[in-house]
Design a protein around this ligand. Structure first.
Ligand SMILES: *[C@@H]1O[C@H](CO)[C@@H](O)[C@H](O)[C@H]1NC(C)=O
Ligand SMILES: *[C@@H]1O[C@H](CO)[C@@H](O)[C@H](O)[C@H]1NC(C)=O
Ligand SMILES: *[C@@H]1O[C@H](CO)[C@@H](O)[C@H](O)[C@H]1NC(C)=O
Ligand SMILES: *[C@@H]1O[C@H](CO)[C@@H](O)[C@H](O)[C@H]1NC(C)=O
Length: 299
């Protein structure tokens, strides 16, 4: 078919429109920062070397091997990759015990108990009034804070805001690397979205699901780790003004925690970090409900 100039102009406009409206599945890759000639991206673990952050299809299994390489496999998506051990990533890895939360309810599980499942609904807060390239990360999650297994691992479904809301599963920091599955969108203020981390003898599964049932899912080898700490948190990067925070509440609700013996646990949440800027506070409404507020005096 011969395309005349008005047709090609039309096709060109469609192309531009689709580029403008396409939402990136891995929004951190839209904002690569060059520092001393190296590419960095923003993650829930702070700024990381881009080569240490792996974007993988939803449902991918992340398996560590003895030699420090990591196998990524996803039969359904026809995806296989071997990530070689990378000294640069190991050296630059975020600290093993990640404690940079601004608002956080945390619980050290009772001795000799390890997590089976932690799930919650996330009430999506209002959209921030101003945008200054801020990143907001709301998540429940779990870590092995007892040094078990081959290094620290964080498993978390992360409700994120960067110029828009999205929900994404993340794992960090096997061999200094972070892994994330494609974001799900269609998330608007006052939605209840669902996040869970579930651990069995061999694997940890991380689910981030929107109200349409669309999921971002990762499966990570447990490798003898005891996931013995859980938390419900907000982490932020690049806030310049209080209006860069949502106004009012974000809530983690109907939180269910089960431990290795399959008994439903009643968490005793600590507020390790106390109040934060812009009237920030974490309120434990009951053991199954934690709210994080900013920019309001109301509770
Ligand atoms: C935990 O396990 C260790 C080793 O098996 C044991 O010595 C200790 O008493 C246990 N602690 C509790 C609180 O059950
Ligand atoms: C927690 O458990 C209750 C009772 O089984 C259930 O109604 C609720 O939906 C669960 N919460 C989540 C986030 O699924
Ligand atoms: C553990 O979870 C994984 C991922 O969901 C699943 O494939 C596997 O069958 C489970 N293993 C056991 C022993 O339940
Ligand atoms: C910063 O925040 C204040 C109130 O919190 C608001 O009045 C002002 O417009 C904001 N400025 C910018 C540049 O967003």
């Amino acid at each position: 078919m011969k395309i005349n100039s008005s047709q090609s102009l039309f096709l060109g406009l469609i192309l531009i429109a689709s580029v403008v409206t396409a939402q990136s599945l891995h929004p951190h890759d839209d904002e690569v920062q060059i520092i001393n000639g190296e590419e960095f991206v923003q993650t829930p673990y702070g700024l990381m070397l881009r080569e240490c952050v792996h974007n993988v299809p939803s449902g991918t299994h992340i398996q560590e091997s003895e030699d420090g390489s990591v196998f990524l496999t996803n039969d359904e998506k026809n995806f296989v990759k071997r990530v070689q051990k990378n000294e640069k990533c190991l050296k630059a890895a975020p600290t093993e015990k990640l404690e940079v939360y601004i608002d956080n309810g945390g619980w050290d599980l009772p001795a000799n108990k390890t997590l089976s499942k932690f799930e919650a609904y996330y009430f999506v807060p209002s959209t921030p009034r101003t945008t200054h390239d801020q990143w907001l990360y709301y998540f429940i999650g779990s870590q092995n804070n007892d040094g078990s297994g081959p290094g620290g691992s964080v498993i978390q479904p992360v409700l994120s805001y960067y110029k828009g809301w999205y929900f994404q599963s993340w794992n960090c920091c096997l061999q200094g690397m972070a892994y994330n599955s494609p974001s799900v969108f269609n998330i608007t203020p006052h939605d209840e979205v669902y996040g869970s981390v579930e651990v069995n003898d061999s694997k940890a599964t991380i689910i981030s699901q929107n109200k349409l049932g669309e999921q971002s899912l990762l499966i990570v080898d447990r490798s003898e780790r005891n996931f013995n700490w859980i938390g419900a948190s907000l982490e932020v990067i690049g806030i310049q003004n209080c209006t860069d925070y949502p106004k009012g509440r974000m809530t983690f609700s109907q939180m269910n925690v089960t431990l290795n013996n399959e008994v439903t646990a009643i968490p005793q949440w600590d507020d390790t970090f106390g109040p934060s800027e812009c009237l920030g506070k974490m309120i434990v409404q009951d053991p199954q409900t934690i709210s994080i507020y900013h920019n309001t005096l109301k509770e």
